[in-house]
Design a protein around this ligand. Structure first.
Ligand code: BTN
Length: 273
C-alpha cells in the first residue's frame, strides 16, 4: 500500500483488499482526509503504473457528486474511493464504462443487503427496492480525439451510515447497507468485492462486451412512471428501456424521447389502466 501524499492513514487496515497481481487495485492509497478522491486519481492517470490505482479516503472536504452537487459522507463509516483507469476504449464507448461501473458497484453491494432488492436507478445509482439511494458514481473522462485516454471511476457507497445520523435532507432519500441489512458491513470485504467486480467489468468493456443487456435487467427505472430533471427542464413519462447508446427511453405525452443525461427525481405509482 502506498501513501505518497497522505499524512495520517485510516485506522482500518485496508491491505487485505490490495490485489498485487490484478489490474484494478494493485495499489490502494489511503487518506484520512482529502479534497476529492477523484482529483487525486486524476493525478494518478499521468503516473507510470497509475492505471488501476485506487485512492480511498475516510472523509472528503470537497467530495463531488453528479450534476455539480457535493457528495456528503460520514468519516470512517462509508466507502469513498476513486479508481484511475487508462482504458483501451473509443470515446464513443464511454457510456459503457459508466454502466459497467454501476453493475460492479451493485454486485459488490448486493451480498451485504441480500433482502433489500438492490438495483440500479438510471443512469448509475445503486438503490434499494423502495428507491432510497445506497451508492452513487461520478465518472470523469479524458478524451483525445476519438479515444478515451483516461477515466476516473468515483464511487461513494453508504455502508455503515445509519439514517438517524444522516442530515435530515438525506434521511428519507438515502439508505445504507447496514440500515438495510440490520447489521454492520465489513468495509474491507466490500472493497475487495468491488475491486474484483471492477476488474472484470472494465476488461469486459475493453474486450468489446457491452454491459447493456445485464444493465437493463438490473435497472429498476425501466417500467416506472418517472420525472427526469434534464438541462431542458423536467420530462415526465414511462421509462420503457435503455437504448443501444445508454439513453433512457421515456414514453410521455408528446411521444417517445431519448434522454442521454439527467436525474430521475421522482417515481410515481402507476395509474391503473
Ligand atoms: C452522485 O451520485 O452524485 C455521485 C457521487 C459520487 C461520489 C464519489 S465519493 C468518491 C468520489 N470522489 C468524489 O469527489 N466523488 C466520488
Amino acid at each position: 500500500m502506498t501513501h505518497p501524499s497522505s499524512t495520517v492513514v485510516s485506522h482500518t487496515d485496508w491491505s487485505a483488499a490490495i490485489r498485487p497481481r490484478a489490474r484494478i487495485g494493485h495499489t490502494i492509497e489511503v487518506h484520512e482526509s482529502i479534497g476529492s478522491t477523484n482529483d487525486r486519481a486524476r493525478e494518478l492517470l499521468a503516473d507510470a503504473g497509475g492505471d488501476g490505482g485506487v485512492v480511498l479516503a475516510e472523509t472528503q472536504t470537497a467530495g463531488r457528486g453528479r450534476r455539480g452537487r457535493s457528495w456528503v459522507s460520514r468519516e470512517g463509516l462509508n466507502l469513498t474511493l476513486s479508481v484511475a483507469v487508462v482504458p483501451a476504449l473509443q470515446a464513443s464507448h464511454a457510456w459503457q464504462l459508466g454502466l459497467a461501473t454501476a453493475l460492479a458497484t451493485l454486485e459488490a453491494c448486493a451480498p451485504a443487503a441480500p433482502d433489500a432488492g438492490l438495483g440500479l436507478k438510471w443512469p448509475n445509482d445503486v438503490v434499494a427496492r423502495d428507491g432510497r439511494k445506497v451508492a452513487g458514481l461520478l465518472l470523469e473522462t479524458v478524451m483525445s480525439g476519438d479515444r478515451m485516454t483516461g477515466a476516473v471511476l468515483g464511487i461513494g457507497i453508504n455502508a455503515n451510515w445509519l439514517p438517524e445520523d444522516m442530515p435530515t435532507e438525506f434521511a428519507t432519500r438515502a439508505a445504507s447497507l447496514a440500515s438495510l441489512a440490520g447489521a454492520d458491513v465489513d468495509r474491507v470485504a466490500l472493497l475487495d468485492r468491488l475491486l474484483d467486480a471492477l476488474d472484470t467489468e472494465v476488461m469486459a468493456v475493453e474486450a468489446g462486451h457491452s454491459p447493456l443487456a445485464r444493465y437493463r435487467r438490473a435497472c429498476l427505472t425501466i417500467g416506472q412512471e418517472v420525472s427526469v430533471d434534464t438541462t431542458a427542464g423536467l420530462v415526465h413519462g414511462r421509462a420503457v428501456d435503455v437504448d443501444a447508446g445508454g439513453s433512457l427511453l421515456l414514453d410521455g405525452p408528446g411521444g417517445r424521447v431519448a434522454l442521454s443525461t439527467g436525474e430521475v427525481v421522482s417515481v410515481r405509482a402507476e395509474t391503473p389502466a
